[in-house]
Write a protein that binds this ligand. Structure first.
Ligand SMILES: NC(=O)C1=CN([C@@H]2O[C@H](COP(=O)(O)OP(=O)(O)OC[C@H]3O[C@@H](n4cnc5c(N)ncnc54)[C@H](O)[C@@H]3O)[C@@H](O)[C@H]2O)C=CC1
Ligand SMILES: CC(=O)C(C)=O
Length: 249
């Protein structure tokens, strides 16, 4: 029987590339995104690979939207085997003392509360099933401190706490929960961020030992490995995928 995955932020970047990669493995996908255009595009890409997909519109910072995407996935596909808990935003790149409270609340609401709500509802289904794998998207900014992204970095450090502590509570129930920590990767989010902060692009590229940004396809390969049974004994890990960036900081 085909496996079923929920992917948040599935309409673009890392989420979209992972949807396509999982579809190549025959996995059916609930594509969750706030953007209908992006989400529907991903559904078409998954179907082109021969797997089934539905789009569910949601703002992950709203608990009722999160509960809805979980309920709709279960009623449509019957199960949730994999969860790529990935939707997120970067913020403006301002220094912390120049950030306004609305921006702080927005980043925390989407990146951290959205991820917590997702795990809260998905893990309930997985615990009842006695199995399930979750990958949470952290960031290199979740394992080291970086200027211009203080709130973002705080949310990504929080994602790592969520990951490890879920394992402490639910590994015995058949759940695996891991996190990825990508460095700067070629997606819309990063293109927009560097357009507004061009000096940060040069700093990032020169600071990466491999001297290039990552690609969404490289990240999708890692997520696919972590979600599937090939990674059966990997639990509570934070896997960095950053061209060596955080190893030489
Ligand atoms: N691109 C990069 O360099 C890195 C990205 N990340 C993380 O990867 C994740 C995915 O980012 P990318 O693919 O790069 O960005 P992206 O901007 O290409 O994709 C993010 C997707 O999330 C959706 N989204 C935004 N707010 C949402 C909300 N409230 N509810 C539902 N969906 C929402 C967007 O519509 C978009 O489709 C984020 O959590 C980001 O923080 C982590 C490290 C590096
Ligand atoms: C956007 C982001 O997380 C990085 C590491 O650039």
């Amino acid at each position: 029987m085909s496996k079923v995955a929920i992917i948040t932020g599935g309409g673009s970047g890392l989420g979209q590339a992972t949807a396509v990669r999982l579809a190549e493995e025959g996995v059916n996908i609930s594509v969750v995104d706030i953007s209908e255009e992006g989400g529907n595009r991903t559904v078409d890409m998954v179907k082109d690979k021969g797997a089934d997909a539905i789009f569910i519109k949601a703002d992950v910072s709203k608990n009722e939207d999160v509960k809805n995407y979980v309920d709709k996935t279960v009623s449509h596909f019957g199960t949730i085997d994999y969860f790529f808990n990935n939707a997120g935003i970067s913020g403006s790149g301002k220094y912390f003392l120049d950030s306004d409270i609305d921006e702080i609340e927005k980043i925390v609401g989407i990146n951290l509360l959205g991820a917590l709500y997702g795990v809260r509802h998905v893990a309930e289904v997985m615990k009842k099933q006695g199995s399930g794998a979750i990958v949470n998207t952290a960031s290199s900014a979740g394992v080291i401190g970086q200027d211009s992204v203080v709130t973002y970095s705080a949310t990504k450090h929080g994602i790592i706490g969520l990951t490890k502590s879920m394992v402490a509570e639910y590994a015995k129930d058949g759940l695996r929960v891991n996190a990825i920590a990508p460095g700067p990767t070629e997606t819309e989010m990063v293109r927009n961020f560097y357009k507004d902060n061009p000096e940060m692009k040069e700093n990032a590229e020169s600071g990466i030992p491999q001297k290039r940004l990552g690609t969404p396809e490289e990240v999708a390969e890692l997520v696919t490995f972590l979600l599937t049974s090939k990674a059966e004994y990997i639990n509570g890990e934070v896997i960095r995928i950053d061209g060596g960036f955080t190893n030489v900081k």
